[in-house]
Design a protein around this ligand. Structure first.
Ligand SMILES: [Zn+2]
Ligand SMILES: [Zn+2]
Length: 192
């Protein structure tokens, strides 16, 4: 099935064709950076108990932008931070990208119509940073399995085929939008 995503205002839409549990790894990330990104966008009320963000980690090239590509905006929490994509029209979350030779897209499942189609949660990450209390995980799990999946599933084949930057978020080897990089103070204001 194709899983459709739409920003809050409707100007931007993206999709994941062939979306099922085999297309990636459904993850809840409890790291402070993912939480800061959710706060930056004002969607932190939609986090999981314990302050987790629901992601689907997949090959970036799997994502298709079907409407409003020009609205894709890029921010980084720090100069060397992960690429975090969102929509400029209404600040809806899209992905947390790891660029480089082993790229991954953590597609934020928050705006998905039917995120259960992505299968059960197979990875817990950032457990030590979770907000203590009900629902906080005790430990990470599934991390090694995901590393292997990225490496053999798409990083090595992509490297060999020179298709690593073959994604809607890159053109001619460069991001399609200029990154907004937060200052230390801006970052501190949204980081717990
Ligand atoms: Zn929008
Ligand atoms: Zn995270």
């Amino acid at each position: 099935m194709t899983l459709s995503f739409e920003c809050t205002c409707g100007q931007t839409a993206w999709e994941l064709p062939g979306a099922d549990a085999s297309a990636g790894t459904r993850t809840i990330c409890y790291c402070r950076d993912c939480r800061a990104f959710a706060r930056y966008l004002g969607v932190d009320d939609r986090m999981e108990p314990g302050g987790g963000v629901d992601l689907f980690i997949t090959r970036p090239g799997r994502i298709h932008v079907t409407r409003g590509l020009e609205n894709m905006a890029l921010m980084k929490l720090s100069p060397n931070g992960r690429e975090r994509w969102y929509t400029s029209c209404c600040k809806s979350p899209v992905t947390s990208h790891l660029a480089g030779w082993a790229p991954m897209a953590g597609l934020l499942a928050l705006p998905a119509v039917d995120r259960d189609a992505l299968g059960e949660v197979r990875m817990i990450y950032g457990a030590k940073d979770a907000i203590p209390g009900q629902g906080a995980p005790e430990a990470n799990r599934g991390v090694a399995a995901l590393m292997l999946r990225i490496l053999f599933g798409w990083a090595l084949p992509g490297f060999v085929l020179r298709r690593l930057r073959d994604t809607p978020f890159y053109k001619d080897g460069r991001p399609i939008a200029e990154a907004t990089i937060l200052t230390k103070d801006q970052r501190a204001a949204i980081t717990d």
